[in-house]
Design a protein around this ligand. Sequence first.
Ligand code: CO
Length: 296
Amino acid sequence: MTQRRLARIVPGMPTSDGAGVRIRRSLGQGPGARLDPFLMLDELGSDDAADYMAGFPTHPHRGFETVTYMLEGRMRHRDHMGNEGLLQDGGLQWMSAGRGIMHSEMPEQTSGRMQGFQLWINLPAAEKMKDPSYEDIQADRIPERTLPGGGLARILAGDAHIGGEAVTGPVSGISTQPLFLDLRLPAGGRFEHRIPPGHSGFFYVYRGAVGVPGGGVNDGLVEHGNAGVLSDGEVVAFEAASDVGLLLLAARPLGEPVVQYGPFVMNSREEIEQALRDYQAGTLAGEARQGLRAGA
Ligand code: CO
């Protein structure tokens, strides 16, 4: 079986988003830092409430999916469809913006640690204008398996094979067929998993450091705060250089043009201009009817 190697490191860059939330952005720093169909990955992580309290007040999205995964902390989601959900320790939110969603994501804690992630996955052209949808998945719905050599895997999306057992995550039916695992390995721990050839694969290290055997750039080593992009192949292996926590992601690439303007990701400039007109007219998501507007 062809081993996937470390093809590229995308260093996480400190930046801020929303109303001034401090984040670390790896994928999505620019057009060259995407990995089809993955558009962006942000880590929010701080012990200091001042870094996250301002949250993400009402804002739009069109044309892709946002996946929010909370390791620790609490965020309240509200959207123009009337959905409200509390994302908390170990929970996942999967939102398909489709033709448009207006939502806010606000911390519901005033002190203590918050650590979480937001991932953007592109939608195929044929699905960019579908109706928006949203699902809140609490921690107890996410399967966890102890790894044969120690450590833990949480299966957030897709079909995993852990110690000879097939385990399916709570998210399915996504046309890019994403695999999303949260892996925690003790120092010296090892993990191996198949990724369908042709699918894009990358991982993000949120604690410690991990090596990809078989080498590649930087001798295959990736440290906390950075994303590692995998070469094509059939299987990926990890060797923990220390106690490590990482997110492993893989999905089928779309191979379609990507034109992004902030929270709008479409296939052409004309479609972006239409999104801006719809947003300005208050019809992006039908939000005018709901009385929920940007800045409200
Ligand atoms: Co958002």
